[in-house]
Design a protein around this ligand. Structure first.
Ligand SMILES: [Fe+2]
Ligand SMILES: [Fe+2]
Length: 363
């Protein structure tokens, strides 16, 4: 790179040997590194082979003109300024050359001081361009590094959020009769239903994660109710139902989309399409779709699982109960679209239940 102390390399192109020698000697006297030749072909060879900072060319060269050299050098080495030398008679051509991208032109015969001044100006221009290029590269490199650092920090933040929520969910599971496998299965069933419903990728990812917190409110339900091995009395069931409102209270007010969805699920995963659910008795589309998805997934898993007061049912029996009803669970509890999605992906539900079975995994 050209430094302040560098004197720069100048390529002189002129078909007149006398002029060529005179200019070369003058430039050398001023400390410049000089290359010289008499035609465009040799000039291009030197530009490609040597480190040239500035080209100084006669506008009239044999066969092809100095403007042709200007065009060729401009294509392959656009950063090299080209100065054209011309007589008064060719002034119009020189102006045309400037329009074609020449850095400047020098009228012959020239005054030495003026000549050297133009060469130095061209070299200064080269220096500024190079400094600017280095500065730009450094800036780009800094921006790249900072972006990588920010991306890393962001990923770490996301990981921390995920881990805190997972541990928080796990903590709540210790109070429940449902195991961690139940909550991870709910995530997988919900994922499949949302996929079958053609929901967006972002919705599916958020739902898969958020659904694990659907029963987080059970953390505040007294042990004698939560862990009761028998059917709950009406009064006890009334208290049990409050886990939806408690879950909402635990999760509300978050700016994170995952927690916002978890809040919606905690609040609405016991609502039923026909309005017979709780806590609000909402009907049809008034129930958030994420709540309706988790409700079906939760029902399927509860029916398949053994409880102290009931036997586990087979996939076929549970599918029949969900789609045809058994008096307690009825098809009109579910959104028709989600029920249709369940029928489509039902075999996957069975696979999920078997692969993440509490019985198999508790060894
Ligand atoms: Fe629940
Ligand atoms: Fe559940």
């Amino acid at each position: 790179m050209l430094k302040d102390t560098d004197t720069g390399s100048v390529l002189v192109v002129d078909d007149c040997p006398f002029t060529l020698t005179a200019i070369s000697e003058l430039l050398k006297e001023y400390g410049h590194n000089v290359y010289s030749c008499t035609n465009v072909k040799n000039a291009m060879d030197l530009i490609r082979a040597k480190h040239i900072d500035v080209v100084l060319s006669d506008i009239k060269l044999p066969q092809v003109s100095g403007i042709s050299l200007l065009e060729k050098a401009g294509q392959s080495h656009p950063d090299i300024p080209v100065i054209l030398m011309t007589g008064y008679a060719d002034l119009a051509v020189a102006v045309q050359a400037i329009n074609c991208g020449a850095f400047d032109f020098i009228l012959k015969p020239f005054d030495t001081d003026y000549f050297i001044k133009i060469i130095k100006r061209a070299l200064k221009y080269v220096q500024l361009r190079k400094t600017e290029k280095v500065y730009k590269e450094e800036l780009e490199s800094k921006v790249k590094t900072r972006t990588q650092e920010m991306m890393f920090a962001l990923r770490q933040m996301e990981n921390i959020n995920t881990e805190v929520v997972q541990r928080f969910t796990k903590m709540a599971e210790y109070r429940d009769t449902d195991t961690g496998y139940h909550t991870s299965r709910i995530g997988l069933y919900s994922n499949k239903l949302a996929e079958s419903l053609n929901m967006s990728e972002e919705f599916i990812d958020t739902l898969t994660f958020a659904s694990a917190m659907h029963d987080i409110g059970k953390i505040a339900i007294p042990d004698n109710i939560l862990l009761k091995p028998d059917q709950l009395t009406t009064e006890e069931f009334k208290i049990m139902k409050t886990h939806t409102a408690i879950g909402k209270k635990i999760l509300e007010g978050s700016s994170l989309s995952t927690i916002q969805m978890a809040e919606s699920i905690a609040w609405s995963h016991h609502e039923k399409w026909n309005g017979s659910g709780y806590p609000m008795g909402l009907k049809k589309d008034a129930i958030p779709i994420e709540g309706m998805i988790v409700m079906l997934a939760d029902q399927y898993d509860a029916l398949r699982s053994m409880r102290p007061y009931k036997q586990a049912l087979s996939h076929e029996d549970v599918s029949r109960i969900i789609t045809e009803g058994d008096g307690r669970t009825m098809p009109d509890h579910f959104s028709p679209d989600i029920l249709k999605a369940f029928i489509e992906v039902a075999p996957v539900f069975d696979e999920i239940f078997n692969s993440k079975s509490d019985v198999v995994n508790t060894t």
